[in-house]
Design a protein around this ligand. Structure first.
Ligand code: GLY
Ligand code: MN
Ligand code: MN
Length: 456
């Protein structure tokens, strides 16, 4: 394990935070599933981004201004050596007994020697050490929402403040969300991050192609899910980037459908929204295809419309354009098409303004993609006049483009022949200097390509 690129990321964060701001990042809490069995652990993305350390019970503390007593100093020493740790890691202790059951732990020495920590403690020392580390800073970067840890951090800050009051030193008075600093970095992908994303996308592409080729009436949704998962793991992906959605027939109209237990019927469309995670980076892809390998006329009409909206939206992606602009474009194409199909009636501009498409297209056209499937980063940024506006895209950002149309079985506003049909098409798009690159372009998408892939 090399400490780069992690050391470079920490350095960049320290520079953006300034000399008086500390930062605290906490491992994903472990969760008991039942008795002594835990849910699968996946490291918190911020912790991994900054250290590459994937063990639970870890706290990462960055402190540009800390001065602490050398923890190795003799307690009787009147003038112990002072240390100025920039990176302190609190980790699980080495434990030969536990390591027999759960596997290797790096421990305190590993955190220092292999992960670049200036100082490391076992996690049980956190409450005692954190106030001293945070003192001399006036703000702490920390992501709210981990209830148990929120309280520990408050206590540490309160303690630091009490001491500071007496000796005139600074102590944190503000908590800053990482969105203002770290997430600006995570939003723009480096070449090594893009390499991981390309790999995730390539594996996901393979999985979608396999699912199309094995699909047939009589198969179950879970069989297609199984082929996706098998392909992910076979190529070294650690896990899916989110719960795979395999919805056939009317299930394709349920946005977060997860049961994946229905048997495919002749005449169904199948919607698969599934992507793998590789090296802690996500892919997020949706394809919709006919279970029997041939789109019906109605299915094809809806599919072609969603595809037209998706291609038009992708075409827009370049630096300076916003995700709001892209969404508007997708909605405009869908609205015009819904009028042509006889689902909506009236003037296209008026219908667009009224958001008349919403009963059939109720989500946004995309989101940031990165370590998290719905990745971090501000969607709105302040303008010169103090208002908030949609953020212009920049090279190195990755977004999804995923329009869809959903006619639920009870969608009374839709012609009866459309009911029970759901279509979404989703690709992962990198913003480049000159425009964009579709990272998932190898997955069949036109009607002809999809029908061919289903026949293979
Ligand atoms: N798979 C989640 C999404 O498409 O946003
Ligand atoms: Mn998706
Ligand atoms: Mn998505």
């Amino acid at each position: 394990m090399t400490t780069t690129p992690f050391a470079a990321r920490r350095q960049r964060l320290l520079e953006s935070m300034g000399p008086k701001t500390a930062a605290v990042f906490v491992a994903t809490p472990t969760a008991i599933r039942n008795n002594d069995v835990e849910h699968d652990f996946r490291q918190d993305s911020d912790v991994f981004y900054l250290t590459g350390f994937d063990e639970p019970d870890t706290v990462v503390v960055l402190t540009p201004a800390a001065t602490i007593k050398d923890p190795a100093a003799d307690p009787k020493d009147k003038e112990p050596k002072q240390l100025s740790p920039k990176l302190t890691m609190f980790v699980r202790p080495k434990d030969p007994e536990r390591e027999i059951w759960d596997g290797f732990r790096h421990g305190v020495e590993g955190a220092k020697n292999e992960f670049g920590a200036d100082v490391a403690f076992t996690i049980d020392e956190l409450s005692r050490r954190l106030p001293e580390l945070l003192a001399a800073h006036d703000a702490v970067v920390y992501r709210w929402g981990n209830k148990a840890f929120d309280e520990r951090l408050f206590s540490a800050i309160a303690l630091a403040r009490r001491t500071a009051g007496r000796n005139g030193a600074a102590a944190p008075t503000r908590i800053l969300d990482p969105i203002e600093v770290l997430y600006e970095h995570r939003l723009r992908k480096s070449p090594e991050e893009l390499a991981a994303m390309r790999r995730a996308c390539a594996i996901t592409a393979e999985a979608h192609k396999r699912a199309m080729s094995i699909a047939a009436p009589g198969r179950h949704e879970f069989e297609l899910e199984a082929v996706m998962l098998e392909t992910f793991r076979k190529h070294g992906s650690e896990r899916p980037a989110y719960g795979s959605i395999v919805g056939s027939g009317p299930n394709a109209t349920v946005l977060h459908y997860r049961r994946n237990d229905r048997q495919l019927q002749d005449g169904d469309l199948v919607l698969i929204d599934a992507g793998c995670e590789y090296g802690y980076y996500a892919s997020d892809v949706t394809r919709t295809f006919p279970a029997n390998g041939r789109f019906s006329d109605v299915q094809r009409a809806i599919y072609e419309l969603v595809l037209e909206a998706q291609l038009a939206a992708i075409e827009m992606v370049k630096p300076g354009v916003t995700q709001g602009d892209i969404h508007q474009r997708a909605c405009a194409v869908l609205t015009a098409g819904l009028v042509q199909l006889g689902v909506l009636e009236g003037d296209v501009d008026e219908l667009l303004k009224k958001e008349a498409y919403k009963p059939f297209y109720m989500h946004k056209t995309g989101h940031w993609l990165g370590m998290d499937v719905h990745d971090v980063g501000a969607y709105f940024v302040p303008t010169a006049d103090g208002k908030m506006a949609q953020r212009p895209l920049e090279p190195g950002m990755v977004i999804t483009i995923e329009p869809g149309l959903y006619f639920g079985i009870g969608a009374e506003k839709a012609p009866e022949r459309f009911r029970g049909i759901g279509v979404r098409i989703e690709d992962d798009i990198l913003v480049t200097d000159s425009g964009h690159e579709n990272l998932t372009s190898s997955i069949p998408k036109t009607v002809e390509e999809v029908e061919r892939a289903c026949a293979e």
